[in-house]
Design a protein. Structure first.
Length: 150
């Protein structure tokens, strides 16, 4: 058991997943969105743990890729839970999408990737920030669900 607790591969993946979740979570929390730092860290860490465990199961008895497939399905339910309809307008789609991306990034960390999840987290924050900035500065982008945010 001690060997597992001190496994540097596991703790590197934990650190990567938590860093990615924190980075994206701070962006969401800064903007006052429902899924902030805690949610970001827990989604990326939880996904990383499931994928890590799935990838370390004896391949002779279990198909580890099924774990990844179940993560994709399960995270869809979590994302659907943050979306709601108000006055005919669906809200929370971006938050649901961020949850989906967090799970994908956590999966990469669980599979042993180190730098790619961090770069994808930065890219995600860049996309969220750039789109928000564009919506503020161009009136024609503030239609539908974004019309009341002027």
């Amino acid at each position: 058991m001690e060997k597992e607790i001190l496994n540097p591969e596991l703790w590197t993946a934990v650190g990567v997943a938590m860093s990615c979740g924190t980075l994206i979570g701070f962006e969401r929390q800064f903007r006052g969105k429902a899924a902030g730092v805690r949610t970001g860290v827990l989604i990326s860490l939880g996904t990383m743990l499931f994928v890590y465990m799935g990838s370390h199961i004896d391949a002779a008895t279990v198909d580890a890729s099924r774990v990844l497939g179940q993560v994709v399905t399960g995270i869809g339910f979590l994302g659907a839970g943050v979306m709601f309809n108000r006055d005919g307008v669906v809200n929370g789609v971006t938050t649901a999408s961020v949850i989906w991306v967090l799970a994908a990034i956590g999966s990469m960390a669980g599979l042993g990737y180190t730098y790619t999840p961090l770069l994808l987290s930065l890219l995600t924050v860049l996309i969220l920030g750039a789109c928000s900035s564009l919506e503020k500065n161009f009136a024609w982008l503030r239609r539908g669900a974004y019309a009341d945010k002027e």
